[in-house]
Design a protein around this ligand. Structure first.
Ligand code: ARG
Length: 293
């Protein structure tokens, strides 16, 4: 990892405070690209599993070194995409909504994730509608932003609202390279501010959304960071944040500068090997909110 100098940005931008996070990750011991379910995947191109594990370990170590807790789920042979734990569920206040994959290649992951949630003290809700968890659902303050267009179906957004009793805002993705919502939006400040005031902010790639969704995002998040197509194309938005440190790809240099200007500290972690499967930092990170320790 490498951290940018914070002092320069802090003179003009608000000071940011890191909030403790608890994440679920899965070591990519069985990672490879043997099928193609998104435009990034090329099954004929060789992959280097040892390299994927090293890069993944760097992300794990980075989280831990900054004080975050990381839980692990055992990788299952024959499920090469299980490393992308963001697609394993969606969790708020100790309640874990399982997933129902659009793509049959990944359906074998549904049960192991739900079993892990149950064994670790979460209340598990089995989904009825097709959706791919935190890949398409993002908690921003008190609101859930929900993606559709490629993987999660519109009806899953209604189910999501019923399960969590929160406002759900549907957004439509239109570019096949950005097939999950977490490839086009980064949640920067995931929790509410003092007094319940929603200070949460996001960064996003406008061109990944249809006109109506772009209008909704512009209206709800007037202070959002608009990321360039160039930074979007290197999966710059597939990033995690603790409210201060934003974990991003080293290739998203413009986005890193935008973050620093706003007082965030970009922390770069290179997951180039896992990008061959169409996933990055956020895909490998599932947030565990609430539940038993
Ligand atoms: N190969 C995986 C798929 O296409 C990558 C998943 C990336 N995950 C994410 N949260 N965007 O399903």
């Amino acid at each position: 990892m490498s951290t940018q100098n914070e002092t320069v940005a802090e003179t003009q931008a608000p000071a940011r405070t890191a909030q403790h996070r608890r994440y679920l990750m899965c070591r990519p011991e069985h990672f490879t690209v043997s099928y193609r379910i998104n435009p990034w995947m090329e099954p004929t191109k060789p992959t280097d599993t040892a390299k994927a594990v090293r890069q993944w370990q760097d992300l794990y170590d980075t989280y831990v070194s900054l004080g975050h807790e990381v839980e692990l789920i055992d990788p299952v042979p024959g499920l090469p995409d299980m490393v992308y734990t963001a697609n394993g569920g969606f969790i708020i206040d100790g309640r874990a909504l399982g997933v129902k994959f659009r793509v049959p290649e990944r359906s074998g992951e549904e049960r192991p994730f739900m079993d892990w949630f149950a064994a670790n003290g979460f209340d598990v809700v089995e989904p009825v509608e097709v959706q791919e968890g935190e890949g398409d659902f993002l908690l921003v303050g008190d609101t859930i932003l929900a993606g559709t267009g490629f993987r999660s179906v519109g009806d899953s957004h209604r189910e999501l609202g019923e399960v969590f009793g929160r406002e759900v805002v549907s957004l439509r993705l239109v570019d096949p390279r950005f097939y999950h919502l977490d490839t086009a939006i980064t949640v920067l400040d995931p929790v509410e501010g003092p007094g319940g005031v929603d200070r949460a902010n996001i960064a996003y790639l406008p061109s990944a959304f249809d006109d109506e969704s772009q209008r909704i995002l512009a209206e709800r998040y007037p202070d959002a960071i608009h990321v360039s197509d160039e930074d979007g194309a290197v999966f710059g938005l597939n990033a995690a944040s603790d409210g201060k440190h934003v974990f991003i790809s080293p290739r998203a240099t413009g986005f890193a500068a935008q973050l620093a200007e706003r007082g965030y500290t970009p922390v770069t972690v290179d997951l180039s090997e896992l990008l061959l499967g169409g996933g990055g930092i956020k895909c490998c990170t599932l947030e565990l909110r609430g539940g038993r320790r």
